[in-house]
Ligand binder design. Structure first.
Ligand code: ZN
Length: 274
């Protein structure tokens, strides 16, 4: 009899343990709110709860699965597209993209022969300009990639011309310019009249469809640190412009700050191989 129990124990015990493990695992995974992330509802709510803007918080909490779908896509893209570069976050002076190309070589209208951007944004930039042309709009690039050293000269020029305080509202200190990323473009003319120009109006309506996002919108100086710059667009990709529009009130800075603070969290809890 004792032998019988021992045999049964040997056969069934591992199976019972295996089934129990399977069941527990299933119960736990059923609590995850997205199949590709090990994130429970309470983890998600706590993370999103850290956002101070109630409208953004509400928008994300009402669509957690869609939001994570989009985060997942962003995590697979080149992360330089989403680097936070602002008054408090700088790039190293050695930061320089290795795929810069001259815009004149692509028949883009430019104010300077050397204006360059990263090759990785060219397809969308050319598609955007082509589409603008069909509406008789011809955007001209007035400034694009700027090295750390060049930005130092630009900033020094504005300090000399405007004084320190005003220069800081209109020009970035070296290392703090989005132009150093090689994915940022100033369109011509670089002055407030651009907003009322054909190019200014067209880009405001359509640039996001091609992954370009207005960095310094009107009335957001307290958030972005800069006066309204209707001519200054940064490429973040179409997935990010959709994200910015749907969840971040159309404000690039809100999105970039969120991503800067939380991308590691989402990456850590993304399931391997998903
Ligand atoms: Zn600019």
């Amino acid at each position: 009899m004792k032998d019988y129990f021992n045999t049964m124990k040997q056969i069934y015990l591992p199976w019972c343990l295996f089934l129990l493990l399977l069941l527990t695992n299933r119960c736990i995974s059923e609590n995850y709110i997205h199949p590709d992330f090990k994130i429970t509802k309470s983890m998600f709510n706590e993370k999103i709860g850290e956002i101070s803007d109630p409208e953004i918080k509400e928008a994300i909490l009402s669509e957690p699965v869609d939001f994570l779908d989009r985060i997942k896509i962003l995590l697979t893209l080149p992360q330089d597209f989403f680097l936070l570069v602002d008054k408090s976050h700088a790039l190293k002076n050695s930061y320089k993209p290795d795929d810069l190309v001259k815009l004149k070589d692509y028949q883009v209208n430019v104010t300077g022969e050397t204006h360059s951007v990263r090759k990785v944004i060219m397809d969308d930039l050319l598609a955007m300009i082509k589409k603008a042309n069909t509406s008789d709009v011809s955007p001209v690039v007035a400034s694009a990639y700027r090295s750390y050293d060049y930005q130092r000269k630009v900033y020094a020029h504005w300090v000399k011309t405007l004084g320190q305080e005003q220069a800081d509202r209109e020009s970035a200190r070296p290392g703090h310019s989005q132009h150093q990323l090689g994915t940022t473009i100033d369109f011509y003319p670089i002055d407030p009249s651009f907003a009322g120009s054909d190019s200014g109006k067209w880009l405001l309506q359509n640039a996001e469809d091609y992954g370009f996002s207005l960095s310094y919108p009107e009335e957001y100086e307290s958030i972005t640190g800069y006066i309204y710059e209707p001519w200054h667009y940064r490429y973040v990709g179409k997935d990010a412009t959709k994200m910015i529009k749907q969840y971040f009130k159309g404000i690039q800075q809100y999105f970039l700050e969120f991503y800067h603070e939380n991308a590691d969290f989402f990456h850590e809890y993304m399931k391997a191989g998903s």
